[in-house]
Design a protein around this ligand. Structure first.
Ligand SMILES: *[C@@H]1O[C@H](CO)[C@@H](O)[C@H](O)[C@H]1NC(C)=O
Length: 252
């Protein structure tokens, strides 16, 4: 039928051009920002669910753009990179770089040569989610009480070593640390809070721009003409033409 190429042409012209989304992301296990010296940590890259998502890179205070496993860590399956015994010099920014050169979000990892660390989410948390910050002690003190600070000011003192924010908002984002009266304080880590994605109320993009619309009309015009002619001939042969058309025919 003549309709098939016409519809195909129109549908091809109407496909909105959309850039492919980059989706390489970094996973950290255990999922926290701070580590005691000699703890182990694994990092891996994921590209839209597959684990062969590129290589893990890092910047530390001493060195820039180090890649695993050439410069640090031990590579195991896929892109998984592990550090068996962390040292303070492993403190730095870590991210993934995909084969095509795309970068994931970057995370800060701190290795502390001390008795107290803050356990906080290493990846951004979504607004509204519950977040627990935990003060971790290398050896338990007799008094577990922990004081939590945000951007340098005391926010809460907890008899147990953790504090929960039931539903985080973007105003909770900031630099957090904790301290214990016997063991001292932890380093600071940034808590990132992600606002919810904008609801899909933005005006819809037009399906066809003006040049595309003109182009579609130009391309489809011959098909339309042929289709109309064919339909008319079909009508006549089957004798189902309208009264007006039949009168016309009688004139010939
Ligand atoms: C790492 O260091 C390089 C060199 O200074 C810099 O260009 C790059 O932006 C840094 N990357 C991150 C994720 O901090």
């Amino acid at each position: 039928m003549e309709f098939t190429p016409l519809l195909l042409m129109l549908s091809v012209l109407m496909i909105p051009s959309e850039a492919a989304q980059t989706a390489v992301s970094l996973r950290v296990s255990p999922s926290r920002s701070q580590f005691f010296k000699y703890e182990s940590v694994s990092l891996s890259c994921e590209d839209q669910g597959s684990s062969a998502g590129g290589r893990v890179r890092r910047n530390t205070t001493k060195r820039w753009l180090e890649a695993c496993p050439a410069d640090w860590g031990v590579a195991t399956a896929g892109s998984l990179c592990s550090i068996q015994d962390t040292f303070p010099h492993d403190t730095g920014v870590y991210w993934c770089e995909s084969e095509s050169g795309e970068h994931s979000h970057a995370v800060d990892i701190t290795v502390h040569d001390g008795a107290v660390i803050l356990e906080s989410p290493v990846l951004p948390v979504n607004e509204g989610q519950a977040v627990t910050l935990r003060c971790r002690y290398q050896t338990p003190p007799s008094d577990l009480t922990a004081a939590f600070y945000k951007d340098g000011s005391l926010v809460r003192t907890e008899a147990a070593e953790e504090m929960t924010i039931p539903a985080v908002s973007t105003s909770d984002a900031g630099l957090y640390r904790c301290s214990n009266s016997e063991l001292g304080g932890s380093p600071e880590s940034w808590l990132a809070v992600r606002a919810p994605p904008p609801s899909p109320t933005s005006p819809p993009a037009p399906l066809l721009s003006l040049p595309r619309l003109l182009c579609s009309i130009l391309v489809s015009l011959p098909y339309l003409v042929v289709t109309v002619l064919l339909l008319e001939r079909c009508c006549r042969s089957k004798g189902v033409c309208s009264a007006a058309k039949c009168d016309e025919e009688e004139l010939y």
